[in-house]
Design a protein around this ligand. Structure first.
Ligand code: AMP
Length: 114
């Protein structure tokens, strides 16, 4: 989508620190990290939020989550534990409307979230 910031990151039209990419997803450092490791994993295809996915997207969604695991191993946070988060819609705290998985780690996480 032409005015989507994450589409532009996936297309490398605006700079980001890409840590992993393949034909389906791109992963890059969050510009405002909330933990020592904070990476966003996005599908290359524009999807506004996880709420817009259906059964036909099951393999893409699985790949997105498994890429989160891969990033956690790559960043050395897998053993200590980490958090995968998908903020969804207004009450979910979503601010960028291109589906993204937050991979957070490198410090203890708290519950309940804010
Ligand atoms: P959310 O609130 O779940 O929609 O998360 C959006 C995330 O995108 C926030 O953590 C932002 O810091 C991050 N973000 C926004 N713009 C950029 C950008 N240009 N590069 C990297 N991360 C970004």
């Amino acid at each position: 989508m032409s005015d989507c910031i994450f589409c532009k990151i996936a297309e490398k039209k605006i700079p980001s620190k890409i840590v992993h990419e393949d034909d389906k997803v791109v992963a890059f450092d969050d510009v405002n990290p909330q933990a020592p490791t904070h990476v966003l994993v996005i599908p290359r295809k524009h999807v506004a939020s996880i709420a817009d996915l259906n059964e036909a997207d099951a393999s893409l969604l699985g790949h997105l989550m498994l890429t989160g695991n891969k990033i956690a191993r790559q960043k050395g946070i897998a053993e200590g534990g980490y958090r995968l988060v998908v903020n969804t819609g207004k009450n979910g705290g979503q601010t960028v409307f291109h589906l993204h998985l937050h991979v957070l780690g490198g410090r203890p996480m708290h519950w309940p979230p804010g």
